[in-house]
Design a protein around this ligand. Structure first.
Ligand code: SF4
Length: 390
């Protein structure tokens, strides 16, 4: 049965539909077969995966499986060693800059959903300048622009704002609505270095249950956004699933296929993976599949062992205790002192505008002290756009 499942999945990887956009793979994928792939792994499969130096998706399935739970310590030690080898003794810090909480979508898990009666704000040029200076004063050199998804905050707005932001930071990424490849290319020309598009879940049925209204309910357009980002030649592509919407193991396995698909096609780009767990928010939901702290540690170590070059990112959604212990494990990037309301760095008084509650609210100085206490150095700048021409 196991051999049959693996064979079925290998054939799927080689099918012509998969060679194009990733939606071709998802259309043909059998969710139950993928779930069986990790559920049926044995301790021998885990031991085999751990003994290798180069691991494939089948090994990843073993490492995220229930059978790998007794091997957590070994996985973490190997993950830490591999991260030190590839990235050295450093962790880079970034801050999210929320430009707008206006949104025309209805996502069951998000405080910015259209029907939530919260005050909406889209930063204008003056407000943006104050926000940029407040972030700059904290020392950040890498920022992530975040917005809700609406036509009012789309290309014309980005074209106005990016040239005002870019001179202040060496690395500029964005997490906004999915765009066309030509738009990504244009934004790259005016200073964009990276784009994050989290699929939330790869299971269409579940996706449609949680994305009830607006453009985000177009599953395939979102799913193929990383292909379009790669086609535009953007330096960094970020993936993620919202852990808790679906079976976190099967969603992570799908994301591993997605990563390999993108790496084959857009080998010049770098890739990052984040691990958002569902957090309380206005009108929030109860997670379908709860991932415990131990399981999250297992998942993070599995990603590092699957791909030593991957940027792994840890957000302030996680508690100070979790971040304290996780910092050595395999992460290369962390957010710090994040504000998830537009204008929150310059004026922190309007918490009702937040997208979700932050768990680690410590000031950046404390985060830096914690990182150093864990034997790591803080890096503010790990990228210069000039490097993309090397
Ligand atoms: S998750 Fe994004 S698209 Fe959905 S409601 Fe929140 S901001 Fe809007």
């Amino acid at each position: 049965m196991m051999a049959e499942t693996s064979q079925k999945i290998r054939m799927l990887e080689q099918s012509p539909a998969v060679a194009g956009q990733f939606s071709g793979f998802v259309e043909q994928a059998d969710w139950q077969a993928l779930t069986a792939l990790h559920q049926n792994k044995s301790e021998q499969d885990v031991q085999r995966a751990l003994s290798k130096t180069k691991r494939d998706i089948d090994d990843f399935a073993a490492l995220i499986s229930p059978a790998a739970e007794p091997y957590l310590f070994e996985m973490v030690v190997k993950s830490e060693q591999l991260t030190l080898q590839r990235f050295g003794n450093t962790v880079s810090l970034f801050a999210p800059l929320y430009l707008s909480n206006t949104c025309a979508n209805e996502c069951s898990y998000c405080g910015f959903s259209m029907s939530n009666a919260i005050k909406r704000l889209t930063l204008n040029e003056t407000q943006l300048e104050k926000e940029v200076l407040a972030i700059k004063r904290k020392g950040f050199d890498h920022i992530l622009l975040v917005t809700g998804e609406t036509n009012k905050v789309s290309m014309p707005y980005f074209e106005r704002m990016i040239p005002l932001i870019k001179p202040h930071f060496s690395q500029l990424s964005m997490e906004v609505q999915p765009l066309d490849a030509s738009d990504y290319k244009h934004l790259q020309d005016i200073g964009l270095d990276g784009v994050l598009v989290y699929q939330e879940t790869y299971r269409r049925k579940t996706y449609l249950e949680h994305h009830l209204r607006g453009n985000k309910s177009n599953f395939n357009y979102r799913l193929d956004a990383p292909d379009r980002i790669g086609q535009a030649g953007i330096h960094k592509i970020g993936l993620g699933v919202l852990l808790g919407l679906e079976d976190w193991r099967t969603d992570s396995l799908m994301m591993a296929y997605h990563l390999r698909h993108l790496q084959k096609q857009y080998w010049r780009s770098r890739f990052s993976v984040a691990f958002p767990r569902i957090r309380p928010c206005e009108g929030g939901i109860v997670p379908k599949s709860v991932i415990s702290d131990r399981q999250l540690v297992q998942l993070i170590a599995a990603w590092r062992l699957f791909d030593g070059d991957l940027e792994l990112s840890l957000s302030t959604r996680e508690s100070p205790e979790f971040r304290h212990h996780a910092v050595r494990m395999g992460f290369t990037t962390m957010s710090a002192e994040s504000k998830t309301q537009p204008g929150g760095y310059a004026d922190d008084s309007q918490e009702a505008l937040e997208q979700f509650e932050i768990s680690d609210e410590r000031p950046v100085e404390e985060i830096m002290a914690m990182i150093r206490q864990q034997g790591r150095e803080v890096v503010w700048k790990d990228w210069d756009p000039a490097l993309s021409h090397v």
